[in-house]
Design a protein around this ligand. Structure first.
Ligand code: T1G
Ligand code: NAD
Length: 696
């Protein structure tokens, strides 16, 4: 018999409803039914007031997301909400932890709200492609006003209890033990003969400014591009200023169901669980011990080293930057200080916080100074000989237990590990630029990396605010390996007739943050040029890199020189098509005997996204990634893939693998390029009528 998740008892006139549904007291069917039964019992008991609170680490953190996509079961949450709001005596909700989504809607239905001061309150549904579907769009603006309500629901970000109190969302801040403090508050209300105070009956002030909602919609258009829920939220809050709560809530329910059944919400819910799954390593027991990491060193204070050091300093872990010479060190430390100053100016951090971060940061040119650190992350030049020399020195200088990690983008981590006498303690830690901003961390498991070293690094990554994805050793790991085919298709599309603006336009309309051609200009075309030379490829000797090689030799390196594939307006930095590049492309195509033709946006999207899918399938088949959702997380957090598309592998499933295979075979026939041969894993799953998700 399942342990009841809702408990009800009377404590001297106060009915106490306590929810215990670990881990986050989600509003599962059992919780909703338990709440309805408890409300009925409290009615029958005729208690003077009702207190709703939760056990465990948090108040209700929302509807149970795992129930979405399953047939809905009564009682539905709006029914529970109405039962609470219409309860005949005062209802108090006592909050702690994170009162989110349906959890905050339960609190909004209560007549009074008290909260421990470190509670966070929010309606994050928009992050799941949803909107508050149990009265949040109608009740929140009645308490905090239209502007604050919209800001909370459109951003989806929580507010702290003190701010919530300022806004009128929380009536009483509590300290100490939640239950006793909440009971005391409820008794004070009883003694004061406080009446029930249905939020839905409270007046709501329409904004004075004419066109307020249209202006708000226009202001968020860019950052909510492609999403359906934000527009509905604005529509529903506007409606809340015009109609009674019941009418507004009925419309809200329609819009909520529209969102819940939408492909983009399915994608964003997939992303929610995929982000949490990356840390679950199939062959590493969850109780594998992790090593303490109380100090870190970063070798190389260049583009990456500086950003990596900031991650640790921000997380309160003392970090030492190591360089070859004082001037390189001072340059690196100088860039870090400048970056922090910028974040203070932008209000991301306070000066006091930055002073704290800088206190965690030091520098040296002497390896002896890092003899006792727990972890070293190397970020020196992308050259095997240099890396091996550095790992040899680290092996000699650092204590035996120290973990050595390399931030290499492409090089063989096994070969680097072999340059030490501690291969089980060598691991890859592939950060993304800018390292202090990008959330993705590819944790590269080499052949001899020890399980506790891997587990330690996965948890360390979370501690510094990264999403770790464990990957195997191959050229470019997961992200950059898939990017190679993607970038190649972008170049071939240019030669075959699409303009840079057409390629980028198609991908950005489809949802990519930035198209592949513009990304090349942003990163700098010289990086690719140098890497091709390092691989011994002669300039202009490969069809799909001839254009980039030529642009570099024309000193058109991209944004940093004001021109690359595009020309950039010196004032606005806006990109502009450049006829000179268009004719250069036509020349190069002629030289390579490429016939040019009209290319539709659909073909552009298919070739770019399906190149990711096909390579992703090969990566899965080779075991370089543990599950398809890991690949999705890599592309969402490292390459600007739109979250509301779920990631390349989720997108493939949404198309259907038989369609994917047919499209690949179609492209093979169209282009004669064997890169479009469907990967055997796709053929196998399509043949069995299965999804990639079956491998998650
Ligand atoms: N439903 C089901 N499972 C959930 C869940 C939820 N709402 N929230 C968390 N979990 C699971 C999660 O998968 C993980 O499982 C474990 O709990 C711990 O989570 C009608 C429709 C609360 C801030 O969007 O933001 O209400 O991996 O690892 O870092 O309007 O979880 O251990 O098996 O994230 O401490 C709105 C979602 C829902 C909040 C805690 N609510 N949750 O973070 O732990 S829609 C949300 C979070 C809704 C109504 C609508 C975070 C957290 P496992 P965790 P954490
Ligand atoms: P960078 O040239 O900006 O910085 C490298 C730094 O290493 C320089 O400051 C140099 O002085 C220092 N250095 C060289 N040899 C050293 C040694 N023996 N001891 C101490 N310091 C030494 O390079 P970067 O872009 O920061 O790249 C560093 C590593 O990170 C490379 O492996 C690169 O592939 C990888 N990476 C780069 C990016 C990116 O976008 N730049 C992204 C991910 C990974």
């Amino acid at each position: 018999m399942d342990k009841p998740v809702v408990n009800y008892q009377v404590d001297e006139q106060v009915g106490v409803i306590r929810i215990d549904n670990p881990p986050v007291n989600a509003l599962s069917h059992a919780v909703r039914s338990g709440l309805m039964e408890a409300l009925q019992q409290a009615r029958d008991d005729g208690c003077g007031a009702l207190l709703i609170l939760c056990g465990g680490r948090t108040f209700i953190a929302g509807a149970d997301i795992t129930e979405f996509g399953k047939p809905p079961r009564e009682p539905h949450l709006p029914d529970v909400i109405t039962a609470i709001e219409n309860f005949p005596v005062p209802v108090v909700a006592a909050l702690h932890g994170t009162a989110l989504g349906g959890g905050l809607e339960v609190a909004l239905a209560a007549h009074y709200r008290c909260a421990l001061s470190d509670t966070r309150l929010g309606l994050p549904e928009v992050k799941l492609g949803l909107l508050p579907g149990a009265g949040g769009t109608q009740r929140l603006p009645r308490l905090v006003g239209v502007q604050a309500a919209l800001d909370m629901m459109i951003s989806g970000d929580p507010v702290g209890a003190p701010r919530a109190a300022e806004l009128g969302l929380v009536d009483e801040l509590l300290e100490g033990d939640l239950e006793s403090a909440a009971l005391a508050y409820t008794r004070r209300l009883l003694a004061a003969k406080a009446p029930p105070r249905p939020t839905g009956r409270l007046p709501i002030a329409a904004p004075d400014a004419p066109g307020f909602f249209d202006d708000y919609r226009a202001a968020i258009a860019r950052k909510t591009r492609g999403l359906i829920a934000p527009g509905f939220i604005i529509e529903l809050v506007a409606l809340a200023t015009q109609v009674p709560v019941e009418e507004g809530q009925a419309r809200e329910r329609e819009r909520f169901l529209e969102c819940r059944n939408s492909p983009q919400s399915a994608a964003l819910r997939h992303v929610f669980f995929a982000e949490r799954a990356t840390g679950k390593l199939p062959d590493i027991p969850p109780d594998t011990p992790v090593r303490p990491v109380n100090s870190v060193a970063v070798i190389g204070a260049g583009t990456m080293g500086g950003g990596i050091a900031m991650c640790f300093a921000n997380a309160g872990i003392p970090v030492t930057l190591v360089e070859t010479a004082r001037e390189n060190l001072d340059r690196g430390l100088g860039i870090i200080e400048k970056n922090y100053a910028t974040s203070v100016k932008r209000g991301r951090f306070t000066q006091a916080q930055v002073d704290g971060f800088l206190a965690n940061l030091s520098g040296t040119v002497d390896y002896a100074d890092i003899a006792d650190v727990d972890v070293v992350i190397e970020a020196v030049f992308e050259n095997m000989a240099v890396k091996k020399e550095v790992f040899g020195k680290l092996d000699a200088a650092c204590k035996p237990a120290c973990i050595l990690a390399t931030n290499t983008s492409y090089l063989d981590v096994n070969e680097i590990a072999a340059a030490t006498g501690r291969a089980p303690q060598v691991i890859g830690a592939h950060f993304f630029s800018p390292a202090n901003v990008m959330k993705l961390l590819e944790v590269v498991r080499a052949d001899r990396t020890a399980p506790d070293v891997l587990q330690t690094f996965m948890q360390l990554a979370r501690k510094i605010g990264k999403i770790p994805v464990a990957v195997g050793v191959c050229h470019g790991f997961v992200g950059n390996r898939m990017l190679k085919g993607y970038a190649r298709q972008a170049q071939l599309l240019l030669l075959e007739g699409a303009s840079p603006a057409q390629v980028d336009g198609a991908m950005e309309s489809w949802g990519m943050a930035m198209g592949p051609i513009a990304v090349g200009d942003l990163a700098g075309l010289d990086i690719g040029y140098r890497s091709r030379r390092d691989q011994g490829i002669e300039p202009r000797s490969v069809k799909e890199s001839t254009l980039a090689d030529t642009l570099v030799e024309m000193e058109r390196l991209g944004q940093k020189t004001g021109a690359g594939y595009y020309r950039y307006d010196p004032q606005t930095r806006r990109r502009e098509a450049d006829p000179e590049v268009e004719s250069l492309i036509a020349d190069i195509a002629a030289r390579w005997g490429v016939e040019r033709r009209e290319i539709a946006a659909e073909e552009i999207v298919d070739r770019l996204v399906l190149s990711l899918v096909n390579e992703g399938a090969a990566i899965l088949r080779e075991g370089i990634a543990a599950r398809p959702s890991d690949i999705d997380i890599v592309y969402l957090n490292g390459y600007g893939f739109p979250a509301w598309r779920g990631g390349p592998m989720f997108y493939a499933d949404s198309l259907g693998l038989d369609t994917v295979v047919a499209k690949l075979e179609g492209l093979q026939r169209l282009t004669g390029d064997d890169c479009w041969e469907p990967d055997p894993l796709l053929l196998e799953l399509a043949g069995r009528g299965e999804k990639l998700a079956s491998l998650n």
